[in-house]
Design a protein around this ligand. Structure first.
Ligand code: SF4
Length: 227
């Protein structure tokens, strides 16, 4: 089985998502097929990014240690784009077998169907937090629209906004696609005032959408890694 390319791992609180505020083991993988304008983890996407190649079993062992040491109940697989790791389904199966809640942060361009089918074959269905890249990312044309068909109510759609144009596009998408999953609007740190986003939610009557602030950027220096 192909090894996975791990850029870093750390224990912190989930800075966003349904389990925001709960401890989680973060596994960040190298490589991404996108280049978002406001990416804050570009270092992990470079070809020469520092990394370790580890088997799914070794990463599962790491998680078992984190359970014993810190009592974690969550693991967050992130990047980069974690779906580029071919052995991700096997890793998910190992992590689920430990009783962990497994969340995958995916960028909306990688097709989720093959991954989910492989997971299904292994008897697991990790939770997806899927981005949809709005205009200011310059990556909207790369979105895989088929992915929306595979989002379930316990998944999350994350719309990262940096401008009024992004907000308008987010509202349009929500109206047209009516996703069944939880929808979050999240500001690009320092690029848009969250208060403006609250006003926008009111203006557009988006009562089922949640504003989400990245806790880790409020608690620690926004540039700090590994938190
Ligand atoms: S998808 Fe995520 S990791 Fe990739 S460039 Fe965009 S923000 Fe960065």
């Amino acid at each position: 089985m192909e090894k996975l390319s791990l850029a870093e791992h750390f224990i912190s609180i989930n800075g966003e998502g349904r389990r925001a505020g709960e401890l989680s083991l973060f596994l960040r993988f190298t490589g991404c097929d996108l280049r978002c304008d406001w990416c804050d983890t570009m270092w992990a996407n470079e070809k020469d990014a520092p990394h370790r190649l580890l088997a799914a079993e070794e990463l599962t062992e790491l998680a078992a240690q984190a359970i014993a040491e810190f009592g974690i109940r969550n693991v967050t697989l992130t990047g980069g784009e974690p779906l580029l790791q071919r052995s991700l389904p096997q890793l998910c199966a190992g992590l689920c077998a430990l009783g962990l809640h497994v969340e995958i942060e995916t960028n909306g361009s990688a097709p989720v169907r093959p991954f989910l089918e492989e997971c299904q074959g292994l008897g697991v269905r990790p939770q997806l937090t899927m981005d949809y890249k709005l205009p200011s990312s310059n990556m909207e044309s790369r979105m895989c629209m088929e992915n929306f068909r595979f989002l379930r109510p316990d998944d999350t759609l994350k719309l990262v906004c940096a401008s009024r144009q992004d907000l308008e596009r987010a509202a349009q998408l929500i109206r047209e696609l009516a996703p069944e999953c939880q929808v979050y609007l999240s500001p690009v740190f320092g690029r848009i005032d969250p208060a403006e986003m609250v006003e926008f939610l009111k203006e557009k009557k988006l009562g089922s959408v949640r504003l989400q602030l990245q806790l880790h950027k409020i608690i620690w220096d926004p540039e700090r890694r590994g938190v």
